[in-house]
Design a protein around this ligand. Structure first.
Ligand SMILES: Nc1ncnc2c1ncn2[C@@H]1O[C@H](COP(=O)(O)OP(=O)(O)O)[C@@H](O)[C@H]1O
Ligand SMILES: C=C(OP(=O)(O)O)C(=O)O
Ligand SMILES: [K+]
Ligand SMILES: [Mg+2]
Length: 561
């Protein structure tokens, strides 16, 4: 039977077919050497959703709700082969339409990110609305992350152009004048008034973390005249940093608040729209996170928005532990980080942050330039695949696409690459671990807690017994996070009655979040879960399951009846 999602999403969202396949899913794109372009992963077939079925997706009291893509993955590939590493996609002009968003959801997007640096609130509202509608009408479980602009120094929006090319030796003017749409050629606005006073002749000006470089040659009133020394593409609202005598000039940034007045308005917008995550740009200390969390607690009665600290400012690196502890998760924002520390330090900083987050039980996202060349080309570089593999090998909770999905030519292919590389590396890690009979669980490091000990023990058992899945019944998601933290060999089915907890668990490594109401009676919970899952073809009799719950201090080992 022909799958019924739009031919477009089928063509682009699934993994690249083997070379012997009769129909090439990418008919128009030449594949110079097919050997290199097989991201080996079986094609998933999502069943069509009829109008009648679509109504059934609205959960009733007795139902179990799971993301449609995961359900298809479970049915086709079984328990063990679900993807553990989660994927965040930045939504931009290439992917903001309903159909494009659906294609990303089909392709495995777990979280849709909107970046408040760009676009209007109305534009972002529309995207959030589309994601909601996809979840409600089509059975996806995509969460929404809003990313603040932050008050670092930015360029303006290029008078409406999508990009501009700066060539070697060209003279460009950076100005604090207000320019309308008739922006003169080779002129760029800077977003803060003191810019022309703060820079000095001889300073080096880095755009977007050094993707393009200029040297300041002259200052004329509000205009700073610069000569391009490293050519490249200028993108609207790109970050600007300036360097003097080999050091980053930080005085101005130190005076700017982490959360600007515009950011507070965006945060109000995010709270009103009910986003699942707010990511805070250029976090420097734990204070700002605590402040935002108390603001959210006061404004959002259910207090169900998680705060993610973006680690990208040089000032954050000395306070990592307290920032991560204060947050609900962290992002290794390698883009701007690369403008503030030497590039060769980024891999070790990434590794440290990922390990620290695992230790402190906070989800961590590795972001920026994972597949940068795919903004323009349909195939990633070998080096990009190696970088993605490294992040998956570190067992980061999630990988993020930025320009690749926001404004690139191949958003769905970039997503397919993240998915295929994740699956391959995850399997390899399990095989490696298995061949050395190594059982790895986290040491207890949080404040001594019964739940943490139980989860560590449950994962150890699951790995040793080669269980098919861990089940966790969790109201707040905490127990589920403690299982995920141990990066078990098997998938973790997390059952929660709360749909916003379910969406937030989307960011956690290896968790398959289900919405399910349950009682204090474990026996009846299990009976019901088994029958609901069996009816949907997601589990079969005989499977070995290890069960833990928020409420009961017990670990159960059960064969699916
Ligand atoms: N809402 C949007 N509207 C227009 N363009 C966007 C939007 N979001 C992202 N983009 C484009 O995608 C690029 C990459 O996104 P991202 O990495 O989030 O931003 P930035 O480059 O500012 O760090 C941006 O530079 C911008 O060109
Ligand atoms: C993710 C990042 O932040 P933004 O895209 O908002 O600059 C980054 O700098 O890597
Ligand atoms: K941002
Ligand atoms: Mg950044």
């Amino acid at each position: 039977m022909t799958p019924s999602i739009t031919s477009k999403s089928l063509r682009f969202s699934f993994s690249i077919a083997p070379s012997h396949s009769k129909s090439n899913p990418y008919p128009k794109i030449p594949l110079p050497n097919p050997k290199f372009h097989q991201f080996p992963q079986p094609l998933l077939r999502l069943k069509p959703i009829s109008a009648v079925q679509s109504k059934l997706l609205v959960p009733d009291a007795g139902a179990i709700v799971v993301d449609r893509v995961t359900e298809a993955e479970l049915k086709e590939n079984g328990f063990r082969s679900t993807r553990r590493t989660k994927i965040v996609c930045t939504i931009g002009p290439q992917t903001c339409g309903f159909d494009e968003l659906e294609a990303l959801a089909v392709g495995g997007m777990n979280v849709a990110r909107i970046n408040m640096c760009h676009g209007t609130r109305e534009w972002h509202r529309q995207v959030i609305e589309h994601v909601r509608r996809l979840n409600e009408e089509k059975g996806f479980g995509v969460a929404v992350m809003m990313d603040t602009e932050g008050s670092e120094i930015n360029m303006g929006d290029l008078g409406g152009a999508t990009s501009a090319k700066a060539e070697d030796g060209e003279i460009w003017t950076f100005t604090v004048r207000t320019l309308g749409l008739d922006c003169p050629d080779r002129t760029i606005t800077a977003n803060y008034d003191g810019f022309a006073e703060d820079v000095k002749v001889g300073d080096e000006l880095l755009v977007d973390g050094g993707m393009v470089r200029f040297v300041v040659t002259e200052k004329i009133g509000p205009d700073v005249i610069c000569c391009c020394t490293d050519p490249g593409m200028l993108l609207p609202r790109a970050n600007l940093t300036f360097w003097r005598d080999g050091s980053l000039v930080l005085e101005r940034n130190a005076m700017l608040p982490t959360i600007s007045s515009k950011d507070w308005l965006d945060i109000d917008f995010g709270i009103a729209e009910g986003v699942d995550f707010i990511a805070v740009s250029f976090v420097k200390s734990a204070e700002v996170i605590k402040h935002l969390k108390s603001y959210i607690a006061a404004r959002s009665p259910k207090n169900d928005i998680a705060v993610i600290a973006k680690l990208e400012s040089i000032d954050s690196l000395g306070n990592l532990e307290e920032i991560i502890l204060a947050s609900d998760g962290a992002m290794v924002a390698r883009g701007d980080m690369g403008a503030q520390i030497p590039l060769e330090q980024i891999p070790s900083v990434q590794e440290n942050i990922v390990q620290l987050c695992k230790q402190l039980n906070k989800p961590v996202i590795v972001a920026s330039q994972l597949l940068e060349s795919m903004v323009e080309y349909p195939i990633p570089t070998r080096a990009e695949v190696a970088d993605v593999s490294e992040a998956v090998g570190q067992q980061a909770d999630a990988l993020m696409l930025s320009g690749e999905s926001a404004m690139g030519h191949y958003p769905e292919k970039a997503l397919a690459v993240l998915r295929s590389v994740s699956l391959r590396i995850e399997r390899r890690l399990r095989e490696k671990r298995h061949s050395t009979l190594e059982v790895q669980t986290m040491s207890s490091s949080l404040h001594i807690g019964i739940q943490e000990e139980m989860c560590n023990a449950a994962v150890k058992m699951a790995n040793k017994l080669e269980a098919d899945a861990l089940f966790v019944y969790t109201k707040t998601g905490h127990m589920a996070s403690l299982l995920s933290r141990n990066r078990p060999d098997c998938a973790v089915f997390a059952f929660t009655p709360n749909s916003s907890v379910r969406r937030r668990l989307n960011l956690r490594w290896g968790l398959i979040p289900f919405c399910l109401s349950f009682s204090n009676e474990m026996e009846s919970n299990l009976k019901r879960t088994f029958s609901l899952l069996k009816a949907r073809g997601m589990i079969s009799s005989g499977g070995l399951i290890i069960v833990v719950s928020d409420q009961l201090r017990s670990i159960q080992v059960i064969n699916v009846p």
